[in-house]
Design a protein around this ligand. Structure first.
Ligand SMILES: [Zn+2]
Length: 438
């Protein structure tokens, strides 16, 4: 393609991007500053052999982004995509960016885990992309903005709404397997770029100065969150539930951890309970009405929960005791009070299991380093096997590479440390205030 033609296409692409930005900012006013912060990087077009016109490359249909807020635009794709759809993808990519999907990604490269370079996107990264899309599209769809054809939608797949990407991963695994047996694919393979999984793409120019710094991103997120809360209060526009929650947590993380902890544990308990709700163990009392057909009876199963407490010495006993009281209070609220609970302490190795009725009965022992690989292996080796494992830790530990055979909720204490992508995570402050305070 000649330089002149290339410039003409680039100009046409810029005009479309400008129109798409206006459309997106108008549809979601609280995201306007975010939409304008996206930095479009126009890639070299793939040209048609005969006509020389740019050809759309499906790899770029999602207008993939990186974590510096660069939006990679492939000219053929941009010229072939309606303006509204480009705007939709802009809102979608902003969602990946501000919700930190790249840093939450279980497929992001970690030191010592794999060789340098950008290896092919594996199954894990692909599933994570779909789960992150499910988390976002809920809200974009709720705004009466139906997504482009082929994108993941929890409603269309019959999945529960308003879950996190971490929660959608196992649901999509089950669904994909079932659909695969019927010869169907779950959804089209859409790649949203390194903004979703933290894996650098070959088309990214890592050395360029373009895009936002960490500080820019932080300031931008705070202003988006403030705008979302302001728009909701003033009634200027609909702010979807997921964005409202994100904004409130972003602005007041220390106040809302308790509510979030409750929501995550209750969600873990009810998902587990939901898996065994239909049971043939007891025939329904109305069985006679069905003339020979025995319907499954609804059993309110109480999920079996195990607490794993990091007693490595970097977390103080005072904080652990208060957190344990919070966690057991939440479990009592769902499962009924006074239920026996299994718990054990773990530093570099797991200690014997304690069966307790109250948080205060748990004896905290341990010290030194932490290895939660040992803790989780011990938890899932218990018989009967727990449905839900709640881990209390500062996250300064190695974690198992793969998701264990139980749902895991991690209460991550303090600012440092990390939790694996396959777990549901709630960050709690290192200084846990007495209940009633904040
Ligand atoms: Zn996406």
């Amino acid at each position: 393609m000649t330089a002149d033609r290339s410039r003409a296409y680039e100009e046409a692409v810029r005009v479309r991007l400008a129109a798409a930005r206006l459309w997106a900012a108008h549809r979601a006013p609280y995201l306007a500053s975010a939409v304008f912060a996206l930095n479009p990087v126009i890639l070299e077009p793939a040209a048609h052999d005969d006509t020389g016109a740019p050809v759309a490359d499906p790899e770029f249909r999602a207008f993939p982004a990186d974590t510096r807020w660069n939006l990679y635009v492939e000219p053929g794709t941009a010229l072939a995509t309606p303006v509204e759809e480009i705007g939709w993808w802009m809102l979608h990519q902003v969602g990946h960016l501000v919700r930190g999907h790249a840093s939450r990604s279980p497929a992001r490269p970690r030191p010592g885990r794999e060789a340098a370079g950008a290896p092919a996107r594996g199954e894990e990264a692909h599933r994570w992309n779909q789960a992150a899309d499910a988390e976002l599209n809920d809200d974009v769809v709720a705004e009466d903005l139906p997504g482009p054809a082929g994108v993941i939608s929890p409603a269309e797949l019959g999945l529960p709404a308003h879950r996190t990407a971490e929660e959608y991963v196992p649901m999509l695994d089950v669904l994909a397997e079932a659909m695969g047996r019927g010869g169907q694919a779950l959804a089209e393979a859409i790649d949203c770029g390194s903004a979703v999984d933290g894996r650098e793409r070959t088309y990214e120019d890592a050395g360029s100065a373009g895009g936002l710094t960490r500080l820019d991103r932080d300031l931008l997120e705070r202003s988006i969150a403030a705008a979302a809360v302001r728009d909701r209060i003033s009634g200027r526009g609909e702010v979807p539930a997921g964005w409202r929650r994100w904004a409130e947590e972003r602005l007041r993380p220390s106040v809302n951890w308790r509510a979030r902890l409750g929501a995550v544990i209750r969600s873990g308990l009810s998902t587990v309970a939901g898996q065994v709700d239909f049971s043939y163990r007891r025939p329904s009392r109305r069985a006679g009405a069905y003339a020979g057909v025995v319907p499954p009876s609804m059993v309110r199963a109480v999920p079996d929960t195990v607490l794993v407490v990091d007693t490595s010495g970097s977390v103080t006993g005072d904080v652990l005791n208060r957190l344990l009281a919070e966690v057991t209070g939440i479990i009592d609220g769902v499962a009924g009070p006074g239920r026996r609970l299994r718990a054990f302490c773990c530093d570099v190795r797991p200690y014997p299991v304690q069966v307790v009725r109250r948080a205060g009965d748990i004896a905290l022992t341990g010290g030194g380093g932490t290895d939660m690989r040992a803790g989780l292996a011990a938890a899932t080796a218990l018989r009967p096997r727990p449905d839900l494992v709640v881990v209390l830790t500062d996250g300064r530990t190695a974690w198992p590479e793969r998701r264990p055979a139980a749902r895991v909720v991690v209460c991550l204490i303090g600012e440092g440390g990390h939790a694996p992508g396959w777990a549901s995570v709630v960050r709690v402050p290192a200084r846990v205030p007495v209940k009633g305070g904040a």
